[in-house]
Design a protein around this ligand. Structure first.
Ligand code: ZN
Length: 348
């Protein structure tokens, strides 16, 4: 018997995390009609109290230069550092293992203007940011102390960011980040069992289904995956075989940036706000080993599930590790696709 809840109430397997995600969109009473004009906020491109604005002094750091586009510096309060304190080895006890917090932590200011976001910046300016990421990666790959690099942006107060100056961070570490390591294990196991690449399979499936694709050009594609845990979670892949940003050609980097830019603009317009997210650039380690089946991708995880409503992690998520979602990925993709990008009034 066909249920009125068909396609709205089910669990889906998350192949890249090997866990179930439970969807119960039948309980969601408020459909969002979305898409209107964003009114530019009253704000100033320079804030004398901002430690990221050009010319300003940083706490315990030097003064910022009078930079004109992308500006990268080592974090004055780094979480990992080549100067981290020595740690005495724990001896034979590898249950409670400890080591130095080695690495390099950097801050990337996207733009000298305090009041723009990546979505508001012109595409050619955003391209400079991605080109800077690529340049950083080339340097980290040559650094024998660095095994893995995480480039990430926490955007918005909803994810705990108090300084609106557009920026992201880079953590280059001597260990592998857990989710990249997990994806590498899963991609290898999938290859062994089915002789296929799981990332390519996911991209092919999303293209075939079509309903969750929200932006695409010749060399890049963005979709809310079938197994999304967050309502507006988006994965953006370069279509080429790339393990990190390093090997992308100029055209491929342009296309990846263009798809990203379209996605974040759609998000802003949909809720008519600077849409917060956590963005991570998932890349294979740069430790000289081969990770030929890994596929570099951008991963956006926005906390909002409805206008004014944040997805709080609670019992099932924190307490047991499985997400409960109250929206369907297909519906959220449809919503983002409806947005009329020509309404984007904030470009500066
Ligand atoms: Zn600033």
């Amino acid at each position: 018997m066909k249920s009125e809840f068909e396609g709205k109430w089910e669990k889906r397997w998350h192949p890249l995390r090997e866990e179930w995600v439970v969807y119960s969109a039948h309980r969601n009473s408020r459909p969002w009609q979305g898409a209107g004009l964003i009114k530019p906020k009253e704000s100033h491109p320079y804030d004398p109290f901002c430690y990221l604005c050009p010319g300003n002094a940083r706490i315990h750091g030097s003064a910022n230069p009078d930079y004109k586009d992308v500006f990268i510096f080592e974090n004055d309060h780094p979480v990992v550092s080549m100067q981290a304190p020595q740690v005495k080895p724990a001896g034979v006890d590898d249950l409670y293992k400890k080591e130095m917090a080695l690495g390099i932590a950097k801050v990337v200011c996207y733009d000298p203007r305090h009041n723009v976001t990546l979505s508001q910046m012109k595409l050619n300016q955003v391209e400079k940011v991605f080109a800077a990421f690529q340049k950083e990666m080339v340097a980290f790959e040559k650094n024998p102390a660095i095994k893995s690099v995480l480039i990430f942006e926490n955007k918005g107060e909803a994810v705990g960011v108090s300084n609106p100056h557009p920026h992201c961070q880079i953590y280059a570490t001597d260990f592998s980040f857990k989710l990249v390591e997990q994806q590498i294990r899963i991609v290898n196991e999938y290859k062994r069992k089915r002789l296929k690449n799981i990332f390519e399979e996911i991209i092919n499936k999303e293209k075939k289904d079509g309903v969750r694709v929200i932006a695409e050009n010749e060399n890049a594609i963005a979709f809310i995956p079938f197994f999304a845990r967050y309502a507006y979670e988006v994965m953006i892949f370069s279509k080429g075989n790339h393990q990190t940003l390093i090997t992308l050609s100029g055209v491929e980097l342009h296309d990846l940036t263009a798809v990203f830019h379209e996605v974040v603009r759609r998000m802003d317009l949909n809720f008519q706000m600077d849409f917060p997210y956590v963005m991570s650039i998932m890349q294979a380690p740069v430790d000289g080993e081969s990770y030929s089946d890994f596929r570099m991708h951008l991963w956006l995880q926005p906390p909002y599930r409805q206008p004014g409503l944040i997805k709080y992690l609670a019992g099932p998520e924190i307490g047991a590790g499985n997400f409960m979602a109250d929206t369907m990925p297909e519906d959220m993709a449809t919503e983002l696709l409806k947005v009329n990008l020509s309404n984007y009034a904030l470009e500066r």
